[in-house]
Design a protein around this ligand. Sequence first.
Ligand SMILES: Nc1ncnc2c1ncn2[C@@H]1O[C@H](COP(=O)(O)OP(=O)(O)O)[C@@H](O)[C@H]1O
Ligand SMILES: [Mg+2]
Length: 291
Amino acid sequence: MTSVIATISLKGGVGKTTVTAGVAEFMAGEFGRRVLVVDLDSQINLTTMFLGDERWVKLNAAGHTLATVFADAVDQTSEFSLPDTLQRDVSTVSGVAGLDLIPSSLDLIEVTEELSAMRVRRDDTLAGVSALRDALELVVDQYDYVLIDCPPNMGPVTLNGLAMADGYIIPTIPDVLSTYGIPQVQTYIGRFGEEIGRRIVELGVVITKFKANSSVHKETVTRLRRDSTIQNVLPGYLGEANSIAAAAEFGSHASLRAKYGSRGQFDQFRELTRTIMVEADDKLPLRQLGT
Ligand SMILES: Nc1ncnc2c1ncn2[C@@H]1O[C@H](COP(=O)(O)OP(=O)(O)O)[C@@H](O)[C@H]1O
Ligand SMILES: [Mg+2]
């Protein structure tokens, strides 16, 4: 059974990509799960984190990225090749197997505009919304978890991610501005789920870049845990650490501990991953086949 989990937030820079990449690597490396990560952000950070620039440039030139999925939806073509686009065993940590990636493209910026125009032209807010799900349908069942890194907006590409998601997590830095839009995201996803007849379950808010010496961070975490409009702040969290920032750079590592940091960061990531898996197993419905 597969759980499809989207990482989402209206803010950039809150650690969405870092959480998605790290949790995926820990699911595969520490818990032996088969994981597919899908990079939906035109900033291609998740993609280059795992593949490096050179490999991405080649894939992109050949059209072997997600941009082709959406170009097909707009142009009514079928250029997308799943076998050529799916990148196997992309973890840069030695010994970590079972982590695959669907790469993104800078071309998504332009394609997203065309997708929006198509929705307006057809006067259909759901036009093209199942393009991603249809494109990946043949492989989804091969994984225990599919993690989808969304761009920081509710545009048509994000909706494609949500349309195939069973659940979602919202990473946030625990400060006033970063947490501001969380209720809006929850309401929006709830409404979108109703529109497409699919329950998209909130797994929880993930605290990122926590600074133990910041009173604002400590107060915000307390407030979030108390606030009834925020249903669930996950117990797992990530502290701010240079080693976690450095993990974004493409390069090989001897172990997850070496990559993410041995001063508590490895344990934080492992615990965060475990709590997300527990929430997913607990809350997500049996996979909603065909919906
Ligand atoms: N726990 C952390 N400690 C230190 N730096 C972090 C942490 N999480 C993320 N970062 C850094 O913060 C920046 C934004 O993170 P990123 O994951 O790209 O956010 P988003 O995907 O939400 O835009 C990146 O430079 C990343 O390396
Ligand atoms: Mg990102």
